[in-house]
Design a protein around this ligand. Structure first.
Ligand code: GLA
Length: 390
């Protein structure tokens, strides 16, 4: 079997010469099983790290130059920068992610004493909403930590990645993606309380079933203003709710309390956003309990409800993801299907009986083509460990 470490080192050597005294690291992408758009509302999320993600080989230089290269974009060649010029440039491509992490580390008082040569290589489908950018952030934190001995924990690396995304790149994402990438565990989902950061691992014991990811091939652009718009709608909702109840985050309310206090929200759009957050948080807790108890069918039912709430109340699914979910629901043997990640394009996640996998791919793929004119890509999700030095 080919070894990804050798592959990324080879890519490095083609561009930069002999690889010595460097670090080779990996950070995965993620798929969220349930708990969508509530990691910035103090809710619970339930993601898993994938075995696919981003690899890097990095080596120190004697000067302060930064040399970025991605084997996924060979046409870009080496993108040069400097530790002394880490200002944000909106015209810049993917290097905003590693640069944002460096910028954040320095802001937190860590010294990056010298420049670097860095080769990146990712095997996540691009723009599929499987957190390739979070994987690059966590990866950068991981190799800098290794090369410069910062002593950062995986949780700190996740938080640095989120801060880079929020303050440098300007996407006001929650902590879920970076946390899953840094803290994932093979064959487990992480139940994370984003308000306290308490978390536990739930085994993905799905005898006879597989987790299938379908990439809609509608490019999902997280930086689209819609994501930040949802965040500000929720912030307005929280402000209104505070007139009725002394809460810190929307998901501090359970559905009974929400139904009691919802009258203070005088904007119908905001009301729908808040309703999604409150019920999605409850669904996530219920879903994790059902999975722990081996009730996969119950789990699947909640996935479907999650999609409907994201479609009708949160309005982040879009026509293509709705077609994928609807067609998946029709297949006997598919016990749950929903959009995953930020939405507005990207992917769905489904739980499908092993003996129905072929029909699932044929029928959902054909219906999607017929109804949207687009081709979908199917991936069997393999749940892996979090970021690591190879
Ligand atoms: C994106 C963000 C996450 C989370 C999801 C929606 O993936 O990066 O923080 O908000 O969308 O659940």
């Amino acid at each position: 079997m080919y070894d990804m470490k050798d592959i990324v080192v080879n890519f490095f050597e083609e561009r930069f010469g002999t690889f010595m005294e460097g670090a080779v690291c990996f950070a995965p992408g993620r798929v969220n099983l349930i708990g969508e758009h509530i990691d910035y509302n103090g809710g619970h999320v339930f993601p898993c790290a994938l075995s696919m993600g981003t690899y890097a080989a990095a080596r120190k230089r004697n000067d302060r130059k930064l040399m970025f290269c991605s084997a996924n974009y060979p046409e870009l060649g080496i993108v040069e920068g400097s530790l002394d010029e880490l200002g944000y440039d909106p015209e810049e491509g993917w290097t905003v992610y590693p640069k944002g992490v460096m910028h954040e580390l320095i802001r937190r008082g860590y010294e990056i004493p010298c420049g670097l040569e860095m080769m990146f290589y990712g095997n996540l489908p691009q723009g599929a909403g499987l957190s390739s950018s979070a994987s690059i952030e966590v990866l950068t934190g991981t190799f800098l930590n290794e090369l410069f001995g910062f002593g950062l924990s995986p949780e700190e690396i996740a938080s640095i990645g989120q801060a880079a995304e929020n303050d440098y790149v300007g996407v006001k994402c929650g902590i879920m993606d970076q946390f899953a990438s840094a803290m994932g565990r093979k064959d487990h989902a992480i139940l994370l309380n984003t308000s306290s950061m308490e978390h536990s691992y739930v085994p993905i014991a799905m005898e006879g079933y597989k987790i299938v990811i379908i990439d809609s091939n509608v490019p999902h652009k997280l930086s689209d203003s819609q994501y930040n718009e949802r965040r500000s709608e929720c912030a307005r909702g929280l402000e209104m709710l505070r007139q009725a109840s002394d809460i810190k985050a929307i998901c501090d309310l359970d559905s009974v309390e929400f139904e009691k206090y919802k009258g203070v929200i005088d904007d119908p759009v905001v009301l729908r956003r808040v309703r999604h957050a409150v019920y999605e948080n409850e669904r996530t807790l219920d879903a994790a309990a059902l999975l722990s108890a081996g009730d996969i069918t119950g789990f699947g039912r909640l996935m479907n409800e999650s999609h409907i709430s994201l479609r009708d109340d949160y309005e982040v699914t879009g026509p293509e993801l709705d077609v994928l979910a609807e067609e998946a629901w029709k297949i006997k043997g598919c016990i749950g299907s929903r959009m995953t990640g930020a939405g507005f394009g990207g992917s769905t996640v489904s739980i499908v009986a092993e003996d129905a996998l072929d029909d699932f791919e044929d029928e959902v793929g054909a219906a999607y083509r017929r109804r949207t004119g687009l081709m979908a890509d199917f991936y069997m999700a393999d749940i892996g460990d979090g970021a690591r030095v190879l």
